[in-house]
Design a protein around this ligand. Structure first.
Ligand code: FES
Length: 267
């Protein structure tokens, strides 16, 4: 994990209340993996005091981007930053998604919503670089409304399959994205799929139920509050159970944020 002072290269509004912030980085960006995150101190002052976690949206050797939703003082401060200003960043933190290229399950289903979309976009790009065929990658994306379908166009530009559902039917199917995914499974191919998911807890629980029901391997990137990002505050514990063991609390910022769905205990 590296501490780096990063310069703002750009800041762009991509949806109501959502921004993509691109930061110059010589070190962090080089080793960032999809699913990992950075801790960004949103202001130089003591207010807000604690850094905030943000998943990588995109990286190259000299810069990385994060996509965030303005939900409080920290992200509001972040949204006011201009090109050339600097930020203190710690990362890459945690683990990332892992894809087994030798698995007979060649189809990758990415299921996400809200600010769970950035790590899935980053992952889709990495899979394409690893020569996974675009036609074998399918993003199922859900949102309340079409204006909140983050990075839908960018996914389409990658050439991957894109299926969307919105609560109000303003784009794609009306209803839950997990229903859309379920329909896809009912049309066959469950034995060829591996699942990666990130988004609202209710959505991920529904994905987990489907994964268990169809016996599909599933990796989940959990979203929990993170104060330190390196295992010191113990504020990000999630309950897990490894096979044959009693449940225990895992530290999401160091042992996660990506877990096997089969390990997570959702109370
Ligand atoms: Fe502090 Fe995980 S955020 S231990």
């Amino acid at each position: 994990m590296i501490k780096e002072t990063c310069k703002v290269l750009s800041q762009k509004k991509v949806a109501p209340g959502h921004f993509v912030l691109t930061l110059e980085s010589q070190k962090i960006s080089k080793s960032a993996q999809p699913g990992q995150f950075v801790q960004i101190l949103c202001a130089d002052s003591m207010d807000p005091l604690l850094p905030r976690p943000f998943s990588f949206l995109d990286t190259d050797s000299k810069k990385f981007s994060v996509l965030y939703h303005v939900v409080g003082k920290g992200t509001q401060t972040l949204s006011k930053l201009k090109k050339g200003e600097t930020l203190s960043v710690l990362g890459p933190c945690g683990n990332g998604f892992s894809y087994d290229p030798f698995s007979p399950r060649k189809q990758v289903s990415l299921i996400g919503g809200g600010v769970g979309i950035p790590p899935l976009y980053h992952f889709a790009k990495q899979l394409l670089r690893q020569k996974v065929r675009a036609k074998n990658i399918h993003i199922f994306q859900g949102a309340r409304d079409k204006s909140l379908l983050l990075y839908e166009k960018e996914f389409k530009r990658l050439g991957v399959w894109v299926s969307v559902a919105t609560d109000n039917g303003s784009r794609g199917d009306k209803g839950f994205v997990t229903d859309l995914f379920h329909e896809d499974l009912q049309h066959g191919g469950a034995d060829k799929v591996q699942i990666f998911t990130c988004g609202p807890t209710a959505m991920m629980k529904a994905v987990l139920t489907l994964a268990q029901g169809y016996g599909i391997p599933c990796q989940v990137s959990v979203e929990v509050p993170m104060a330190c990002g390196f295992g010191a505050c113990l504020g990000c514990a999630v309950k897990v159970r490894e096979e044959g063991c009693e449940p225990r609390f895992a530290i999401a910022c160091t042992e996660g944020p990506v877990f096997l769905a089969s390990e997570l205990v959702w109370d």
